[in-house]
Design a protein around this ligand. Structure first.
Ligand SMILES: Cc1ncc(COP(=O)(O)O)c(C=O)c1O
Length: 312
């Protein structure tokens, strides 16, 4: 959905709440030219106990860590960014929404070195449903293995959620969509499975769960971590340092994506090869149900993952 169709009117920029249409930056902004921003994607869920940010501290930690690698000196504390985000949600009357904090080098000079450019920070929130479509959650998505490879962490650090490297995601995703698929899977430089353009990937075989390891050039996904914990709590064996070959994708019993945007989305085919029974597999369904119960606030024991929007 386009922003114009949404009922949102405020963005937080560098300590100020500004009108949505006034939240602008100069065309000579450093990060616009060199992709030197870092960002997060988090979600606020409308839980049984009211709206709450999901794993917000982990998202903020990753934002500050990404910023550290790109030498950003963020002028705002965790608390300031959190307060601003909660106010944006409350004052715009949002119940569930996507949250996008961005830290970037602003306007001053345009050498590749950003040393004279100020670090700027913004947060925006907007309603955002199922990333790969409502149908995808139930029936799964058709994906292709991209001809683009994921950059290695020796080229661009893959634990950092920086703006520029999303060219890789964009190229892979658009290639897939041009070819009639919903999403891509990218292999790493060694030819092993890395992840989706905006998702981590899980495989189920003989009742055990596998996900590609951090050394496979993936983002250390917070949903990945959530699903690993939920699956282990359900009694599954989870191999979280797996190296998965392309051929293993075709023969997997089940495959699914995880991500803040994609949540838990089954993969029903890869390169036109049906996975398992060609729909959502039983383990995927159980984990997906558990995930949605969690973010609906129905599970006990995970309170520390939620930050309520209303404080009283
Ligand atoms: C490349 C990539 N991998 C994985 C993920 C999933 O990470 P998370 O679960 O923290 O959203 C994302 C989304 O942020 C991503 O962009």
């Amino acid at each position: 959905m386009a922003f114009e169709e949404m009922d949102v009117d405020t963005i937080w920029m560098d300590g100020e709440f500004v009108d949505w249409d006034e939240a602008q930056t100069h065309v000579l902004t450093h990060s616009l030219h060199y992709g030197t921003g870092v960002f997060e994607g988090a979600r606020c869920y409308d839980t049984e106990d009211g709206p709450a940010l999901f794993r917000w501290e982990e998202h903020l930690d990753r934002l500050f860590e990404s910023a550290k690698v790109l030498d950003h000196d963020i002028d705002h504390t965790h608390e300031e960014i959190t307060d601003a985000t909660l106010r944006l949600i409350r004052e715009q009357g949002l119940e569930s929404c996507y949250i996008r904090p961005l830290v970037y080098y602003g306007y001053n000079s345009l050498g590749v070195s950003p040393e004279d450019c100020p670090t700027k920070t913004m947060v925006a929130c907007w309603p955002w449903g199922a990333y790969l479509g409502e149908d995808a959650i139930e029936n799964g998505v058709d994906v292709m293995v991209s001809t683009w490879r994921k950059h290695a962490s020796s080229q661009i650090p893959t634990n950092v959620k920086a703006t520029g490297p999303y060219i890789n995601s964009m190229l892979a995703g658009e290639e897939a969509r041009r070819n009639g698929y919903v999403e891509a899977i990218v292999l790493n430089k060694e030819g092993k499975v890395a992840e989706g353009p905006g998702e981590n990937i899980f495989m189920v075989n003989d009742g055990e769960i596998y996900t590609t390891g951090l050394s496979e050039s993936i983002l250390d996904g917070i949903t990945r971590d959530t699903v690993i914990e939920l699956a282990r709590d359900l009694g599954y064996t989870v191999h979280d340092e797996a190296a998965i070959g392309r051929g293993q994708l075709y023969t997997a019993d089940e495959l699914f994506f995880t991500g803040t945007a994609a949540e838990v989305t089954p993969i029903r085919s890869v390169d036109d090869t049906e996975i398992g029974n060609g729909g959502r597999g039983p383990v995927t369904e159980e984990i997906q149900q558990r995930f949605f119960d969690l973010v609906d606030g129905k599970l006990d024991g995970y309170d520390e993952w939620f930050l309520p929007v209303e404080t009283e």
